[in-house]
Design a protein around this ligand. Structure first.
Ligand SMILES: O=C(O)c1ccccc1N[C@@H]1O[C@H](COP(=O)(O)O)[C@@H](O)[C@H]1O
Length: 220
């Protein structure tokens, strides 16, 4: 089975097209003002319209309020919400029902104790994004190019819902990361950039090749 790849933090139409052509299954757009990948809803709409059916358009938000999310949903054709803040399980369930979209909740992992969150959030989310827990001094809650110890996931047989591996993945380490953790889906942002917020088509293509070629268009 091919590994599905999510390219996150796309900011330019030509990079969206390059990600899709390379075999991405998910295109992620970041709505978080402090991120160098932040896009406004109107820009995201134009980017989303470049994405063909079957490639999943994901909105990444961080503790967003309903007013912003209402505007986002009214402006951008979206397929999935990615919650990358401190959203509680109750908030995840509320957003899933309010917007009628599948929700992927990011879980930050630094040590074995953090793995408990997987079972908690799997009860309310459609998918989980297993990412490195940002250190206190990190500038962002994600997208910092930091990996966690993949051995924490090695040998885990039971996953209560679909999940993606993220955090510090690059064309050089994605094959080992997927092999060690058993991930069938991977997510990358800074590892395929030439500068913060600017994707590199050659790196996106190398990443997807290294991940096994990418699954391309999928059904959710
Ligand atoms: O990418 C961002 O700017 C970002 C901002 C705020 C929260 C999450 C963010 N990115 C997510 O983090 C993972 C890991 O990023 P990286 O590959 O280590 O740079 C990324 O895949 C996004 O889903």
């Amino acid at each position: 089975m091919d590994v599905r790849v999510k390219i996150c933090g796309l900011t330019q139409s030509d990079h969206v097209r390059a990600a899709v052509a390379a075999g991405a299954s998910y295109c992620g757009f970041v709505f978080f003002g402090k991120s160098p990948r932040n896009v406004d809803p109107d820009t995201a709409r134009a980017l989303a319209l470049e994405v063909p059916p079957g490639v999943i358009k994901v909105a990444l938000t961080v503790d967003a309020d309903d007013a912003f999310l209402d505007h986002l949903q009214a402006t951008v054709p979206l397929d999935m919400l990615q919650l990358h803040g401190r959203e509680s399980p109750g908030r995840v369930a509320e957003l899933r029902s309010r917007y009628g979209l599948p929700v992927m909740k990011a879980i930050g992992i630094a040590d074995a104790a953090d793995l408990e969150q997987i079972d908690i959030y799997a009860q309310v989310a459609d998918q989980l994004l297993i990412d490195a827990k940002p250190p206190k001094a990190a500038p962002l809650p994600g997208g910092n190019g930091l990996a966690f110890d993949w051995r924490l996931l090695a040998g885990r047989k039971f996953w209560p819902c679909p999940w993606m591996l993220a955090g510090g993945l690059t064309p050089d380490n994605v094959a080992e990361a997927a092999h060690m953790t058993g991930a069938r889906q991977v997510d990358v942002s800074s590892g395929v950039e030439r500068a913060p917020g600017t994707k590199d088509p050659a790196l996106m293509s190398a990443f997807i090749k290294a991940a096994g070629g990418g699954a391309g268009r999928v059904a959710l």
